[in-house]
Design a protein. Sequence first.
Length: 266
Amino acid sequence: MKNALTHTLGALGRAIAEGRHPPGSTLPPEPMLGAALGVSRTVVREAVKSLVAKGMLVTGPKLGTRVLPADHWNWFDPELVAWQAAAGLTRDFLLDLQELRRIVEPAAVRLAAQRADAQDLAGLEAAYAGMREAIERGGDYVSHDLRFHQGLMRASHNRMLVQMSKALGALLRTSFEISTSHAPGPAQSLRLHRAVLDAVASRLPAQAERAIIELIDGAAEDIEHVLATRGDLPSLAMPPKPLVARPARAVASPRTPSPLSRRSPP
């Protein structure tokens, strides 16, 4: 039943994310859904319960099973984010994600620069080393990048931010997968990761904050480039795409401001 439930949940979730069941519409009755998906009514019922918990559906007497608008959905849910990524990520979705990062991460990094302990710094160094090796020798860059940023959140030693780092995992991976698909992105951002880490280790909160903001804005530029060139967006259902080996190099010139922003330059 577990495999049938996973299949059914994924099929219904993707159908909603893709707009085949638009907001306000009512899903077909359980027997019809079961017959279409080749599963029992019990499996359909359990899948619907999961989608209700994710904020995608609402059920009730005389209401049936109705699709809710996207602003009701739990965007911190990894499965939901993966379905939306498979359906297609809009520019507005990515803009919301970058704005969320710009609000949360600088504050977390300021705290990390004040509170990080030896274990935190060792974890950040290991994640940084993994990113560098992926660039120079080829391999999985995104997973190490995700560990680095989640490590910064943990190093804040704020229990709310630590929990948020877990919830943000799928969203952060979405951002990293897309920005990494712009070939120069990882090598260009590596020095900024180093700057963040050095500032945290040196107990320099303001400097750490400036470095993480520059890093986030650089990712926004890479994402904008991918969107502008209509590059293929990654599938979160697959493991992160490994990098092709290339020498890491410093970036001499600063980036230009990204259009993926509602903000005016400071």
